[in-house]
Design a protein around this ligand. Sequence first.
Ligand code: GDP
Length: 367
Amino acid sequence: MEELICQGCGAPIQTEDASLPGYIPASALGKSDEVICKRCFRLKHYNEVQDVAVTDDDFFTLISEISNKEGIVIKLVDIFDFNGSFIGSIKRLVGDKPIILVGNKVDLLPKSTNHDRLKQWLRGAAKEYGIKVADVHLISAKRGIGMPELEESIQELRAGKDVYVVGSTNVGKSTFINALIKHSTGINDAITTSYYPGTTLGFIDIPLDERSSLFDTPGIVNRQQIAHYVTDKDLKTITPNKEIKARIYQLNDGQTLFIGGLARIDFEKGTRQPFVCYFSNALDIHRTKLENADALYERQKGELLTPPHNEQLEHFPSFQKTTFKIKEQKTDIVIPGLGWVTLSGEPASVTVHTPEGVPATIRRSLI
Ligand code: GDP
């Protein structure tokens, strides 16, 4: 069969994976003379941006297109999965352009979160990646929180120049851009895609005025995520969709917490202290004695300890272990894509079990 190419973005047409470029549902193929992928279809008919994942190679080819252009960069991260969604390597690719770091999904954090402190934290974390940011914002693209202030900052910093929006998949980039498009009336019809030879996808060009545009760059897949090992239904359970209620467990050493059946946190040694858990409210947490934890897991995985459920266990990777010695400062133990547990800084030795390929990490506490 001759290879079909999307007439909008140039991506080779495929019918297998909706999250990749060039997707058309098999049922829609051949229905009209116009061969256009779902992403371009939505853009054309609904002025709606949809993110698709590109390969790492394509991502870097595309992002390096930006390096010698003038303009500013909006770097979106998912505040609930900062470590996973921060693309550290874009530094050398975006050049000297001012960067606005935007933490999205702030609606998920407890209301008591100190936003100024969190912004400082974000600035500091970006600096550790060697990235100096011109401004930091906390927003919820979905709920419209913080958007007017951000829009003002963009106008000021861009000073008539172009704006490039970058972010890994699932940070809420499409939601963000669609919210911007809705605000800026009158430009909708002019949205186009640009095709870059040698890659499967281009930027989406949203004119801001006669001379400048906002470009939506394709997302890179955030691989180290538990999300890749659960079903769509379980993904709904583990993905928080409203304010997270911190769950506090006062633990003695020799106790274990199971986060569903997806992770396990062993408090091996240290002083009695609170383990403050930030996970989706729908995800069950079980406390047990460390000495019983192996047996409980064997007996109850897929039953009491879910997700994953019994039928998915066969494809679920085995656990890998990481041990952390925590002392002095308030520290988060992060399970990428799932959430984190905050420890006060009292001495603690903790071993964290996570699916192979999704190692736990620690960081200075976020909130
Ligand atoms: P993209 O892959 O970066 O384009 O991400 P999407 O815009 O498709 O969003 C990914 C997921 O995050 C979707 O389920 C959105 O509903 C959700 N999302 C986006 N923005 C927010 C937000 O501000 N708060 C919350 N809680 N969820 C959001």
